[in-house]
Ligand binder design. Structure first.
Ligand SMILES: Nc1ncnc2c1ncn2[C@@H]1O[C@H](COP(=O)(O)OP(=O)(O)O)[C@@H](O)[C@H]1O
Ligand SMILES: [Mg+2]
Length: 404
């Protein structure tokens, strides 16, 4: 039921609301009020549509960090499924409380903070990197900070991958250049030693020295060969072969050579495993990585070697390595339950001569060789590792085109 406007108080409220004089209100307040309500309704619909459908996370908190409200995109970004829980921004989501002080300081009065990068943790503990804009507003007489947030985790990861691959490219050029010249020198050195050995009437000592030169040169040649593999300057003969066979043969070698406390587990779900590859090189990769895995578990444990298929589309390629081509792949994974690799070491493990092992135990040439071989096969190698839990390396190799 509509109540007529009687009180002076009502009249002045309506006057403020619709901005017309009192006598006009008394005569014809209803249509204008209706119009104003419709207008507000439209504004509300527009506002709610933006709030609910924005891809940006929108979050409002009090100055003590308690949530006031947030939109669905924000809930998705931070993994919020329990809408009734009283969240607190610094307590539940910030890794570094100092970030909250910075935000508060910048958002006092009419101050704002723009494109501020901050590391958050989602409700499940997973890290997420956010770029945020924020400012202070007053709602319901409360001092509120309003945030607009973008999840830039993938963008940061992609630029880090690009930086990493440019770094590897540069190291590859340097290592390859040196190894190439060094190889030529080794050839002359061994050639000369061979010629001395062929001389008639040379003494036993000289022969011994010549053998020493030749043996050392072989070791040096092996080293340069690994560096050439890393820098992809070693062209290798490739044929179309089933990766499952490479896996089986590597397992046979590993069964004989690894510590018996390492339990090798094979999983093969690949329906198509034909790749254009060099068998010896891929075996070399698997053996290198399996040795690393077993060394990470000094008192033994499970080492899982698996083979599966997957399809990479544009989106996935951008995440993995922009140099890959779209299509069907075979994925070799080697998973151990060892000590894991720290964040400090992780960006360097594929560099030649990078080792965390004691002298005599590691050369730092295993993974760099694997990296070069995988790249040379137009594939990509990825690593995921958690300290104290274990490490998984995944090698993606494109399936041979004719086999698909
Ligand atoms: N499965 C693994 N678990 C833990 N750390 C690993 C693993 N694989 C490689 N690493 C780390 O990467 C480094 C480089 O490996 P690699 O190139 O094979 O050299 P090396 O084994 O001679 O040290 C290792 O020293 C080690 O720190
Ligand atoms: Mg190694």
């Amino acid at each position: 039921m509509k109540r007529p406007i009687e009180h002076q108080e009502d009249l002045s409220i309506i006057k403020d609301l619709i901005g017309v004089e009192e006598d006009t209100i008394q005569k014809s307040y209803f249509p204008q009020l209706r119009q104003k309500i419709d207008e507000l309704d439209r504004e509300r619909t527009k506002y709610l549509s933006v709030f609910n459908n924005a891809l940006n996370g929108i979050l409002r908190i009090t100055r003590s960090g308690d949530f006031y409200d947030y939109n669905p995109a924000l809930a998705l970004m931070l993994g919020i499924t329990d809408g009734d829980r009283p969240y607190n921004f610094p307590r539940d989501f910030l890794n570094d409380p100092a970030d909250f002080d910075t935000i508060l300081q910048n958002c006092s009065g009419s101050g704002t903070i723009t494109n501020y990068e901050v590391n958050l943790k989602k409700t499940d503990g997973m890290p997420v990197i956010i770029s945020l804009n924020a400012h202070a507003i007053s709602i319901d007489n409360l001092d509120i900070i309003e945030f607009f947030m973008n999840d830039i985790t993938e963008r940061i990861a992609a630029s880090e991958r690009l930086r990493q691959s440019q770094k590897m490219e540069a190291i590859g050029k340097l290592a390859g250049g040196i190894a190439h010249d060094f190889n030529n020198l080794i050839t002359s050195i061994t050639g000369a030693a061979d010629m001395i050995l062929a001389e008639e009437g040379i003494g036993g000592d000289v022969k011994d020295y010549c053998h020493l030169i030749i043996n050392s040169s072989e070791i040096a040649a092996d080293l340069t060969s690994k560096l050439l593999s890393f820098s992809r300057q070693k062209s290798s003969g490739k044929v179309v072969l089933p990766l499952g066979d490479v896996l089986d043969q590597s397992l046979t070698i590993l069964e004989r050579t690894l510590d018996k406390r390492v339990i090798l587990i094979k999983r093969n779900t690949a329906e198509n495993d034909l790749v254009l590859a060099n068998k010896a090189e891929l075996q070399n990769c698997l053996i290198n990585m399996a040795i690393n895995g077993s060394q990470a578990m000094p008192s033994g444990g499970n080492l899982i070697l698996s083979l599966e298929n997957c399809t990479l589309d544009r989106e996935k390629i951008l995440l993995l390595d922009p140099e890959l081509t779209e299509g069907a792949y075979a994925v070799l994974r080697i998973k151990d339950f060892g000590q894991g690799i720290s964040r400090e070491h992780l960006p360097h493990i594929f560099e030649p001569f990078y080792t965390t092992k004691d002298e005599g135990k590691g050369t730092g040439l295993g993974l760099s060789t694997v990296y070069g071989i995988v790249k040379e096969h137009r594939g990509v190698i990825l690593v995921e590792s958690v300290i104290g839990i274990g490490t998984e390396f995944s090698i993606y190799l494109p399936l041979a085109p004719d086999s698909i």
